[in-house]
Design a protein around this ligand. Structure first.
Ligand code: GLU
Length: 443
């Protein structure tokens, strides 16, 4: 282990914002790159919001992204590392000691029942590893409260006390905290400690160019967890919100990111959140997965959509998943596309029925039904040959059969390639569905 010690210090709010996830990721990348230590510290001094559920959401998000920590609390209630667990709500003795020290040194004083810190009135320069030298004129700065009237310590105090106590060498956090840093430097100096180096990561902007907030679509990590995204795709995308490989390549492995990650390369300009790009990236990760890799993900998505996967032979599910994964971008879509293979009843899209199960379409289905009933071989290539010769016999194009057949067997206008779809469904189900479509529409 090197002497580098970084921390992710979230306040549990009940959800993990993509900005927070990115902060965690950058800390983790830096720790792994430098063979340092990654600490998880829960800043839960706000009692109103401090619920076990809110902390669980943090654990869940970090674990899903694969960001393991070396010190701090674990979800099962145990502690990683030989110190911790680092819940600020459990560390009041440490903050009391720091307050007493500041009072004794006359760096703090009581006023109206609260305790205020004597802020030095001077210019303070933050030497930020990302933003460069940033000067703050604190000559008019007010002394600020570090302990409220009710005895609770304020964020600035606990944040700095903990960074010193935990030997944090680098504070990597969102740029929204840059303006707090003069206060933090002053507190660290008053406590007689060596302040960590600071690295403030630029903001994430939404589509309209303002700071991405809780209310923006796609702002919460849980949307990706529940929406059938792959953690490796989300992680890759989060890397790009402020960092890049510096070559024209956006898809890279986490190992590559660990190897190449440098704080000095984090961009100074704000990052723009692009949900479409993340979607694209997810699709491209999905397509690149091998059958063995994709199956556990697919099973999880199917299970949570209400399809007990134990019901099918593993080989069958695998065939279905491999067929549909070529064209879908998320697990949610994958479930939609897989439905016709997992349900007996076809769910017809009204628009598809209207467009392709018209009188012409039904006539085509009747011809197809007669033809396929006699098919000895249901392999994709054999089916393709039959569709083509059928079209030739009737002097029409193969599309005349393909579209109605897709709607009849899957209910959908767009879907995976038709011939392998029919092969996987198998002759019995295909003939049955063709018949049912003809009856349903004809009646
Ligand atoms: N609890 C603070 C936050 O979530 C931590 C700030 C910091 O990393 O120093 O914004």
């Amino acid at each position: 282990m090197s002497s580098i010690r970084v921390r992710f210090a979230p306040s549990p709010t009940g959800y993990l914002h993509v900005g927070g996830a990115r902060t965690a990721l950058f800390n983790w990348l830096y720790a792994r790159h430098t063979k340092g230590t990654f600490v998880l510290r829960i800043e839960d001094t706000d009692r109103a919001r401090n619920t076990p559920e809110a902390v669980r959401v943090l654990f869940e998000g970090l674990q899903w992204l694969g960001l393991d920590w070396d010190e701090g609390p674990l979800p099962d209630g145990s502690v990683r590392g030989d110190r911790g667990p680092y819940f600020q709500s459990e560390r009041s003795a440490i903050y009391d000691r720091a307050l007493r020290l500041l009072l004794d040194r006359n760096q703090a004083y009581e006023s109206d029942g609260a305790i205020r810190f004597r802020m030095p009135r001077k210019k303070i320069v933050v030497e930020d590893l990302i933003c460069g030298e940033v000067g703050f004129d604190c000559t008019l700065e007010q002394d600020f409260v570090i302990q409220r009237k009710d005895g609770s310590p304020v964020f600035h105090l606990v944040n700095v006390v903990d960074d010193l106590d935990m030997g944090i060498s680098h504070v990597i956090r969102g740029e929204d905290h840059l303006s707090n840093t003069p206060k933090h430097l002053a507190l660290a100096a008053a406590l007689g400690g060596t302040a960590p180096r600071y690295a403030h990561i630029p903001l994430i902007l939404n589509r309209s160019g303002s700071k991405m907030s809780k209310r923006d679509l796609g702002a919460s990590l849980s949307e990706y967890l529940d929406g059938g995204y792959l953690p490796q795709a989300v992680r890759n995308y989060l890397c790009l919100l402020g960092w890049s490989l510096r070559e024209n390549r956006e898809l890279f492995s986490i190992e590559e990111a660990v190897e190449r990650f440098e704080l000095g390369q984090i961009h100074r300009s704000n990052a723009r959140f692009d949900a479409d790009k993340l979607l694209w990236m997810n699709g491209s990760y999905l397509r690149s997965l091998s059958p063995q890799e994709i199956l556990p993900h697919a099973e999880r998505w199917l299970e949570s959509a209400g399809y007990p996967t134990g019901k099918w032979a593993p080989g069958y599910l695998q065939e279905v998943v491999l067929l549909v994964k070529e064209k879908v971008k998320t697990g949610k879509e994958l479930v939609e596309w897989a439905r016709p293979f997992l349900e007996e009843e076809v769910r017809f899209q009204p628009s598809a029925v209207k467009r392709f199960l018209n009188p012409d379409g039904i006539r085509a289905l009747r011809e197809l039904l007669a033809d396929l009933s006699a098919a000895p071989d249901f392999a994709p290539s054999a089916l393709e040959a039959r569709f083509h010769s059928l079209a030739q016999v009737h002097g029409t194009s193969v599309r005349t059969y393909v579209h109605p057949a897709r709607v009849a067997t899957t209910g959908r206008e767009v879907g995976p390639s038709l011939y392998p779809t029919l092969t996987i469904l198998g002759k019995d189900r295909v003939l049955q569905r063709l018949r049912r479509a003809i009856e349903t529409v004809a009646s």
